[in-house]
Write a protein that binds this ligand. Structure first.
Ligand SMILES: Nc1ncnc2c1ncn2[C@@H]1O[C@H](COP(=O)(O)OP(=O)(O)OP(=O)(O)O)[C@@H](O)[C@H]1O
Ligand SMILES: [Mg+2]
Length: 224
């Protein structure tokens, strides 16, 4: 059956960290099937915070979150949606925790119940497509910043998520790695993605909406 409801719907979300003013002030957003969104905004605008709120990692002060048509309030409401929404953290050190790259990348698929052989196969394919198959046996925390970012990306894509939330996926990557990343994102059949970036010109050809977060508010931008 064709999915008609918004995949993700945020209504009037406000949030501030303790001892700071409001970071988000009445943010509303609908993510629909087919959306390819660039999320822009200056340093400290609240982009990462918005991703974390979307997946229930931090609770908003006010507003509502619906994912796949279900209201999400408590931690348990977000558990199922998180299996289908791949979040790439801005800092790969928040994502990688296993003793080897292949274990990190296959952790997600195994956790979703995939048989070991298949999980390893998919993980190796993702590493290959991102040009980092040679890192398979390495210890993640010993990798360079760009290598870590690519491994974290492989670990998100290996889970075959319906929606991708990518926080600065291209930061610190060399040109060839950016090209590989872009071709992986374009080839996969995601229902929607949101990419936070300070490099909008690199993705302008593949997005259909550009949003700017400024002064706590989210506004559409005509183009990158
Ligand atoms: N854990 C925290 N405690 C207190 N303040 C925080 C915390 N995390 C972020 N902030 C503040 O909230 C604001 C928004 O931060 P956020 O990380 O969401 O910005 P961002 O748009 O992702 O910026 P960048 O482009 O630099 O990654 C910033 O002013 C930041 O200093
Ligand atoms: Mg950020």
């Amino acid at each position: 059956m064709e999915w008609k409801l918004p995949l993700i719907q945020l209504k009037d979300i406000s949030f501030g960290y303790p001892n700071c003013g409001l970071v988000l002030s009445g943010v509303s957003l609908e993510v629909n099937k087919g959306d390819r969104i660039a999320l822009l905004g200056g340093n400290g605008a609240g982009k990462t915070t918005l991703f974390h709120i979307m997946l229930g990692l931090i609770p908003p002060v006010s507003g509502s979150i619906n994912i796949f048509g279900k209201r999400c309030v408590r931690e348990k409401d977000f558990q199922e949606p998180r299996r289908k929404i791949g979040l790439l953290f801005q800092d790969p050190d928040d994502q990688l925790f296993s003793p080897s790259v292949i274990e990190d990348v296959s952790f997600g698929p195994l956790n979703l119940g995939m048989p070991r052989k298949e999980a390893l196969e998919i993980s190796r394919q993702c590493l290959e497509r991102l040009g980092i198959a040679h890192l398979e046996r390495r210890v993640p925390y010993e990798l360079s910043g760009g290598e870590k970012k690519l491994v974290a990306l492989a670990s998100v894509i290996a889970m075959k998520p319906r929606i991708l939330l990518l926080d600065e996926p291209m930061a610190g990557l060399e040109n060839r790695a950016v090209e590989r990343f872009l071709s992986v994102i374009q080839d996969e059949d995601f229902d929607a993605f949101i990419i936070i970036t300070h490099l909008p010109h690199l993705i302008e050809h593949m997005v259909n909406r550009t949003l700017l977060l400024k002064d706590g508010r989210l506004r559409p931008q005509p183009s990158c």
